[in-house]
Design a protein around this ligand. Structure first.
Ligand SMILES: [Zn+2]
Length: 71
């Protein structure tokens, strides 16, 4: 199951997204791919990189650049 899906934090919807490995991401807003094979690991990665930020307007300039860079 580990490679059947991957996780991203969406700063537009303000929540975790789960994307299937075999299809294109269904959300086209400002999300960033997270590391981790489980939802818990993905959330840990999100907190480590973006802290308690939930929405796009809470991010610092550096974090905005990280989210907007090609993934
Ligand atoms: Zn989204």
């Amino acid at each position: 199951m580990a490679d059947a899906a991957w996780f991203a934090w969406c700063f537009d919807h303000g929540r975790l997204h789960t994307f299937a490995a075999v299809t294109a991401p269904w959300c086209t807003a400002a999300w960033v791919r997270l590391h981790g094979d489980t939802e818990a690991e993905a959330l840990q990665d999100k907190v480590g990189r973006f802290g308690s930020c939930v929405y796009f307007d809470q991010l610092s300039a550096d974090q905005v650049a990280e989210v907007l860079k090609p993934q």
